[in-house]
Ligand binder design. Structure first.
Ligand code: ZN
Length: 488
């Protein structure tokens, strides 16, 4: 039967690295780019007798995430050991949370702008719907294995860094919703300063669970889980494949078994790794080395840190700066660019134009030079100044592009000074009018043709005035004066 005859149920486990200076249970530095096995100590290497110390900041960040997502909290949260042997986990157990995670319940909003561009949804409000969460817990990351032909290398720098796991209920119904869930969650984590959540850098990774059942059946089908999917589009692709694969097998009467699969994005297929182990296989037990966490005093410390969430930000951008919805959505999706825009908009008479310049011209320059907005030589003040001189008709939009290029090279200049050094100054209207009159008087034949309907020739006259003008006038103003003088 066709795939549409099956109900699709998807659940996501998102692992997110928390932005902290140090690891979860020791004072080793967290972070990337260091030589292998340089940020390690007896605790994160699992040496006998080494004892863990809790990273309070990581716990606070997890609680803050819970507040942003409307979670509840158990009064006391505790730590458990998940026992397994793997070369990237030298203790032979992972310290995690099983029965009393830091956050319970909660919801992730699916933002209308977070859906894939080829699968946009029509929505009256910024939030299309809310996806239920089961819980959020905190654990430690494993080390990193790199496999070669006949050997593997392990780097324990990542071992023991704080990893937050956000577990959704089986409440996602399509690959497109999965994409929107990841994108929306990523924006929330970034706006709360919890994580940079860059999936390419592995700061956010997800395990994707999916099962199918015929319409009318209440019991969920047997699910498969794809591990460590590392981009939103890969998650979407993996689900499209897996849903078709399961539907095909169910059609042929092949029952599904719970299993763990690996998504090979290059080959576009999932490969079975093992039939899924259950929680009891890991022999979870309470960690005897760590005291439970009383959540109330820590929650009180972070409650004031709850930021403006993306949907509230989008509404404010539209209301405060009169932005078009599409521009507001673009800015919400990129917090650094949004902060740049707001800093510039506050100094400009036309925030809407500032948004256009930021999203279009400035972004184009940044991608041409292959740098981020954080490295942009042009300050928000300079961009606001540039937009202002266009608004004041000191320069045309084309001339402003030249000014932008100069400001890029000489960021210490103001927009007005950069324009002046290119010969663009505020036009003396009286002087410009006499110049226009002079050019009109010198070109009676063209004036006649224009009056007879050949309005294209206005450009030629504008060109002549531009050539004669010093400082160089704004062509838009010149054309306006010519049109007025000819009574058109
Ligand atoms: Zn350590």
């Amino acid at each position: 039967m066709p795939i549409s005859d099956y109900l699709v149920t998807i659940g996501l486990e998102v692992h997110c690295q928390i932005k902290t200076n140090t690891k979860m249970f020791c004072s080793c530095q967290a972070g990337f780019g260091y030589d292998p096995n340089t940020n390690v100590c007896p605790t994160c290497l699992g040496m006998p007798g080494a004892l863990p110390v809790l990273n309070e900041f990581a716990i606070e960040r997890t609680l803050l995430t819970g507040l942003m997502l409307g979670c509840g909290n158990p009064e006391i949260s505790q730590w458990d050991r998940k026992n397994y042997f793997y070369a990237d986990m030298p203790k032979n157990y992972q310290t995690t949370q099983m029965d009393f995670p830091l956050c319970l319940g909660g919801k992730v909003p699916l933002y209308s702008w977070a859906f894939p561009t080829d699968a946009k949804v029509k929505s009256e409000s910024a939030i299309v719907r809310m996806v239920e969460l089961e819980h959020i817990h905190l654990e430690e990351d494993a080390g990193k294995l790199t496999h070669y032909n006949n050997y593997s290398l392990v780097d324990y720098n990542r071992g023991g860094t704080p990893l937050m796991e956000i577990v959704s209920a089986p409440d996602i119904t399509s690959p497109e919703e999965c994409y929107a869930y990841l994108k929306s969650l990523q924006q929330i984590l970034i706006c709360g300063g919890i994580s940079d959540a860059d999936m390419e850098k592995g700061q956010m990774r997800c395990d994707v669970n999916v099962s199918l059942r015929p319409h009318g059946q209440d019991k969920l089908g047997e699910r498969t889980e794809m591990k460590n999917v590392n981009s939103m589009s890969a998650a979407r692709r993996s689900l499209v494949y897996e849903i078709a694969r399961q539907a095909g097998e169910l059609d042929r009467g092949i029952p599904q078994v719970q299993s763990t699969r690996r998504w090979d994005d290059d080959r576009g297929e999932s490969i079975v790794m093992r039939s899924k182990e259950n929680a009891h296989d890991y022999r979870y037990h309470t960690c005897p080395d760590l005291i439970p966490v009383h959540t109330a005093p820590l929650l009180a410390r972070v409650i004031d840190l709850v930021p403006e969430l993306p949907d509230a930000l989008q509404a404010r951008l539209i209301q405060q700066y009169a932005l078009a919805e599409a521009d507001a959505n673009t800015l919400v999706a990129d917090s650094a660019t949004c902060a740049y825009f707001e800093a510039a908009a506050e100094q400009s008479t036309s925030p809407r134009k500032v948004a256009n310049w930021t999203i279009n011209n400035l972004s184009a320059m940044l991608s041409e030079k292959d740098i981020s907005i954080a490295q942009c030589p042009l300050s928000p003040t300079a961009l606001a100044g540039l937009v202002n001189i266009v608004e004041e008709d000191i320069v045309s939009v084309n001339q402003a592009m030249e000014v932008l290029a100069l400001l890029w090279e000489q960021p210490e200049l103001t927009a007005t000074a950069a324009a002046a050094s290119l010969g663009y100054k505020k036009t003396d209207t009286g002087a410009l009018e006499s110049l226009v009159e002079k050019v009109l008087a010198e070109n009676p034949d063209k004036v006649e043709l224009i009056k007879n309907g050949n309005t294209k020739l206005i450009n030629a006259l504008t060109g002549q005035v531009m050539k004669a003008g010093n400082p160089k006038p704004n062509p838009k103003i010149v054309t306006e004066i010519i049109t007025a003088k000819l009574g058109l």
